[in-house]
Structures are given as structure tokens and as C-alpha cells.
Design a protein around this ligand. Structure first.
Ligand code: GLU
Length: 340
């Protein structure tokens, strides 16, 4: 009798504490506040004309530069959208963050550090100098050399199996079956000699773990996966939610994998402007030359924005503006600490 009374008191106080915690999150981030932040950001930045589509991959120059979509997915699985979320762009380098997570999940975080590296290179994303200087070491999975090496580490008996596994994992993060943008793939595959050179140089240093030509081809396909802003936001929300997709509830990677993926995004997610980005937003993020950016607010939400025109560093101009605005408006920079 005494015991069951104790259990009851314990259960009641636990549920009281939990409801306090939920109420706190809810009052900070109400649907009204989120919708207002997305509306304001959309209206504020929709007419920005700066930036230019990437054109070193010829097909990317032909993408409609007026596409402008914003999505935010919370860790309780609510989806907020504004603007064009039906148009898709190729994911490009944003895929690298999720392949990095896949490799950490499959091989462990130490293997990522030992076989690729987790340091920012301080060089452009497709730098050969960065590989040469460190003899293939101390790069990271978010720039081309480390990304092709990461692709080469994904488990699979042959090239088709590795590609299938990558596409499946990216789809699990997005919560739907993603597909390939064939024109973008063909356009880049016919013109990716520099990436092939990087893969061969890594091979020469013993830092490429599958056939370099095939690994580069799978990497090129992975970059040509089509995504909308909503897909990107859901992928980010899965990281924000400790590896469980908050919409489908599927466990995609472990919380430990997320713990080791986000710091690499924080230090190397936005090309040469990674430091400027992190300084101004406090959020781990990854951008791609297709015009997408995903950012992760740990424990709270993922946000994805698509707008093809890029700045000189290769990051979507509008996507950066929107995410920074939303973070500030919602007061969710993780480093904004209210003193006790
Ligand atoms: N597929 C692109 C490349 O390798 C990805 C570039 C990017 O988005 O950073 O050049």
C-alpha cells in the first residue's frame, strides 16, 4: 500500500515536470510565432536580386532562379512552409552531410576521424591543394575530397549497392523516396574530371576506399538527387531530433551519430564562409550549389530553404538571409543564454 502510494506520487510529479518542460518548448516556439517568422522572412527577402545560379555544372545555369521555398519541420513532426515548396533542385553538397552521418553510423566516429578527417581545410570545396598539402589527411567529409572518400566508405558489394544504400538513407532522412535529376547528373558526369583527379590523388595517398572512378560517379549521382525545401527541412529535423525522422518516426541514425555529424557541419558547412555563418547563426548547416541550405536547431527543428542564386562563396543568398532572420526572430541561437 505504502509502496503503491509512493509510485503514484512519483508518477504524478514526473508527469508534472514533463508537462512543464513541454509547455516551455511550446511557449517558446508556438505555431503562430513560427508562421509569422516564415511569412516575414519570405516577404522581406523575396525581391532580393543578388547572386547568380551556379554555372560550372552547365545544367544548373538553366534552373529557374526565381524558385524560393522555405520549410521548417519541428522535432514533434509539424511542418511549416512558405513559398514554393513543390519545385525541386539538385541537393548537391547538402547530400554530403547526410552521407557523412551514414558513414559515422556504419563505421563509427573514430573511423571518420581517422580515415577522412574532421578539420576544415581552409581551401575551396574542390581544392586539390588541400589534399596535396596534408597527403590526403585532415580533410573533412563536407568538401569534395572528403565527400568522395566518404562515399567510397559506404558499405555495399558493388557500385549499384552503394548507390542504392545512399539513396535509401537520404530518402529516410527526407521521409519519402527521393529521385535522381537525370539532366543534372548527366551534365556533371560528363564534366567531372577535377573530382576524378581528386579521387585518384586520394587513392595515391591510400585515402580512397573504393574504385576512384566509380566512387566519383556515385558521388556525382548523390549530388543530383532532387529535393524541395520541405525535403531539406525534414532531413535537418531528423538530425535535430537525434536521428529519428520526426514525421515518419523512423530511426535513421543514432543520437551519437548526430552528435558527431553536427560539429562538422558547424565548422565546414558553408564553404569558405563557414565561420561567418556560424558566427552569425549559431546553427550547424550545409549548403549546396543547387541553391539549397539546411540548418539544424538541435532539439527544436530543421529548416530548409531553396533559392538558386549564390553569392561568391557558393551559398544561396536568400537562404542565408531567411535562416538568419528566422533564428533571430525566434530567439533560437543555441548560444543565446539567459543568465540564471
Ligand atoms: N557536385 C558538385 C561538385 O562536386 C557539388 C558542389 C557543391 O554543391 O558544393 O562540384
Amino acid at each position: 500500500m505504502k509502496n503503491s502510494l509512493l509510485v503514484l506520487v512519483f508518477a504524478l510529479s514526473a508527469s508534472f515536470l514533463m508537462s512543464c518542460a513541454t509547455a516551455q518548448v511550446a511557449t517558446n516556439l508556438t505555431p503562430d510565432k513560427i508562421n509569422a517568422a516564415l511569412d516575414e522572412a519570405y516577404n522581406k527577402f523575396k525581391d532580393v536580386k543578388e547572386g547568380k545560379n551556379a554555372d560550372y555544372i552547365k545544367e544548373l545555369a538553366t534552373v529557374d532562379s526565381k524558385i524560393f521555398g522555405i520549410a521548417l519541420v519541428t522535432t514533434d513532426g509539424t511542418v511549416y512552409t512558405k513559398g514554393d515548396i513543390s519545385s525541386m533542385v539538385s541537393i548537391q553538397s547538402v547530400s554530403k552531410a547526410f552521407v557523412a552521418a551514414q558513414v559515422i553510423e556504419e563505421m563509427g566516429h573514430q573511423a571518420m576521424q581517422d580515415k577522412i578527417g574532421v578539420d576544415a581545410t581552409g581551401e575551396v570545396f574542390n581544392s586539390i591543394v588541400a589534399v596535396e598539402r596534408m597527403r590526403g589527411k585532415e580533410i573533412n567529409a563536407l568538401v569534395n575530397p572528403g565527400a568522395i572518400a566518404a562515399t567510397s566508405l559506404v558499405a555495399g558489394k558493388d557500385s549499384a549497392a552503394i548507390w542504392k544504400s545512399i539513396l535509401m538513407k537520404q530518402s529516410d532522412f527526407a521521409g519519402r523516396q527521393l529521385g535522381l535529376n537525370m539532366p543534372v547528373y548527366i551534365s556533371e558526369a560528363g564534366d567531372n574530371l577535377r573530382n576524378q583527379a581528386i579521387a585518384h590523388l586520394l587513392k595515391a595517398y591510400g585515402r580512397m576506399y573504393f574504385d576512384p572512378v566509380q566512387a566519383t560517379d556515385i558521388y556525382t549521382k548523390q549530388c543530383a538527387i532532387n529535393v524541395s525545401a520541405k525535403d531539406l527541412a525534414t532531413m535537418g529535423a531528423t538530425l535535430a531530433n537525434g536521428g529519428v525522422n520526426p514525421v515518419t518516426k523512423k530511426k535513421v541514425v543514432s543520437p551519437e551519430t548526430v552528435m558527431y555529424t553536427l560539429p562538422v557541419m558547424a565548422t565546414a558547412g558553408l564553404y569558405d564562409d563557414s565561420g561567418i555563418w556560424y558566427y552569425n547563426s549559431g546553427l550547424p548547416a550545409k549548403s549546396g550549389v543547387g541553391g539549397g541550405i539546411v540548418a539544424v536547431c538541435p532539439g527544436k527543428f530543421g529548416i530548409g530553404v531553396v533559392s538558386p542564386p549564390l553569392d561568391a562563396a557558393g551559398n544561396s543568398v536568400k537562404a542565408q538571409m531567411v535562416i538568419k532572420y528566422v533564428v533571430e526572430k525566434l530567439g533560437v541561437n543555441p548560444f543565446l543564454i539567459q543568465p540564471k
